[in-house]
Design a binder for this molecule. Structure first.
Ligand code: 5AD
Ligand code: SF4
Length: 455
């Protein structure tokens, strides 16, 4: 028995029949959400049940994100407000996990300013949770474990939120060091999971009825480069595509510098792989891309988009864009608007640049005011609204296969889902369709969704 299983058994014994409740909230990217599901997997083993209501929780875990400052501020705000909960229930245990904790200045701030926090657990150190928790249950005041990642944490079982959509991390960490990004500092270097583990996990999920598998990694295109070259990401896609069953394969994120023709061919040759690629461009200016250390040019990016549209003009591309990188000029920004107009993304996720202590960009001079950055953001969003409105019309009269995932919040008697292209589709139908694929014909388009009729 290792330390971890011993601590799990000890907690189980301590908790007895009491069925305490845990509230676990994850912020940020899907990898973090999947870490949150692993934390829940461990807690379940220890005898915890779960609640969505923090006021009835015996244990609160905030699984944090450090990518932008506003995500951190939100967590500090929430932790602050939890002081009251602790006063009402002194036995309440509060823990902070995730990327914020991997920055020593943040861990120190938590220790000094938020005495209501009982423990801090580092990203990728999830397997340390039972020991920390045991210490807290035994009355230890402030415990910290921000040790390096370990295999157990990465292979831990997830308690999945959905019964038909599953995320499957295929690799952890990042080697790219984009100059604005904190991820390589808080999640370490790239580590790929073994292909046989991924394939058997996906096969198991499909056997138990999952319809959508989302493969996750900071840059899935470099999957396998640390495994001695036996399996590349396109090869992994082909292997997963051979698994029997009716299911859809998605993946994110892809780095444009590694988006090869081999990848594009695999996407089009694998019938289970979605007709959608999320390919973060970040900026349309070669000067800014260079200073971001992205290692591609706008032309190279446009070449990838062209190659994809040659295969299928209806294919869907989405992207991430950073507005207001240090000293971004009006011309640089205009180049971003230009690339948006040329590629015609179906959707963009745009962020105002946020300075992250410890990154290279944090040292760069920045003469652009906050007002100007906000103004650029509004211009960018307005342009995208127009592009989506026009571009979504290409689907009218066409067929789409939709995985229904919820009832519509906008229309009575409608449900909503995502097409293979990752477009939101609203269609008339009852909640009994949730979790199944339906074929629809598209009758109308808006700038955020299309309307379909079941065929
Ligand atoms: N400021 C703003 N956006 C950022 N992103 C990453 N780091 C920062 C930062 N410091 C964005 C990038 C990335 C997405 C996940 O978050 O666009 O693709
Ligand atoms: Fe951050 Fe760049 Fe790595 Fe993405 S590829 S996680 S933006 S460093």
């Amino acid at each position: 028995m290792n330390d971890n299983t011993a601590a799990v058994s000890e907690i189980k014994r301590l908790l007895g029949e009491s069925l305490p409740l845990a509230y676990v909230r994850s912020f940020g990217c899907q990898l973090n959400v999947s870490d949150g599901e692993k934390i829940k997997g461990l807690l379940r083993k220890m005898g915890y049940g779960f609640t969505e209501d923090e006021s009835e929780a015996d244990l609160i875990i905030l699984n944090t994100c450090a990518v932008r400052e506003n995500a951190e501020d939100r967590v500090f705000g929430i932790v602050g407000s939890m002081k009251k909960l602790k006063e009402l229930k002194p036995s309440l245990i509060i823990g902070i996990t995730g990327c914020m904790t991997a920055q020593s200045h943040v861990a120190e701030k938590i220790r000094q300013s938020y005495p209501q926090v009982d423990f801090v657990l580092g990203t990728s150190a999830i397997s340390g949770l039972p020991k920390l928790l045991l210490g807290c249950l035994n009355g230890e005041r402030f415990a910290v474990d921000i040790s390096e990642y370990d295999d157990f944490s990465e292979e831990a079982e997830q308690v999945r939120e959905s019964s038909f959509k599953a995320s499957v991390p295929i690799m952890f960490g990042c080697n790219n060091f984009c100059t604005y990004c904190i991820v390589p500092y808080v999640r370490g270097r790239e580590r790929s999971r073994r292909p046989e583990d991924i394939i058997s996990e996906v096969a198991g999920l499909v056997r138990s009825g999952y319809k959508e598998i989302m493969l996750l990694g900071q840059n899935v295109n470099s999957y396998g480069s640390d495994l001695g070259g036996d399996m590349s990401f396109p090869q992994l896609l082909r292997r997963l595509n051979e698994i029997e069953g009716d299911f859809l394969i998605r993946f994110m994120s892809s780095h444009p510098k590694d988006a090869s023709s081999e990848l594009i061919d695999a996407i089009f040759e694998c019938d289970k792989v979605a007709k959608h690629l999320h390919l973060p461009v970040q900026s349309g200016s070669d000067e800014i891309l260079h200073r971001m250390n992205r290692r591609y040019t706008a032309e190279k990016y446009l070449g990838i988009a062209d190659e994809i549209y040659r295969h299928d003009p209806d294919f869907s591309l989405t992207t991430d864009i950073i507005v207001g990188f240090p000293d971004e000029s009006e011309e640089d920004f205009q180049a971003t608007l230009d690339i948006m107009e040329r590629v015609k993304f179906d959707n963009i996720y745009s962020f105002i640049y946020s300075k992250r202590t410890g990154t290279k960009a944090a040292e760069m001079a920045d003469g652009v005011t906050d007002e100007e950055k906000s103004r650029r953001m509004r211009r960018l969003l307005e342009l995208q609204r127009g592009i989506s409105t026009e571009h979504y019309k290409r689907f009218i009269g066409k067929r789409m296969r939709v995985l229904v995932d919820d009832v519509s919040k906008k229309r009575e008697g409608f449900v909503t889902g995502k097409s293979s292209e990752f477009i939101i589709v609203e269609l008339e139908g009852s909640s009994s369709l949730i979790g199944s694929f339906v074929d629809v014909e598209i009758t109308d388009a808006m700038n955020w969704a299309v309307i379909g009729k079941i065929i």
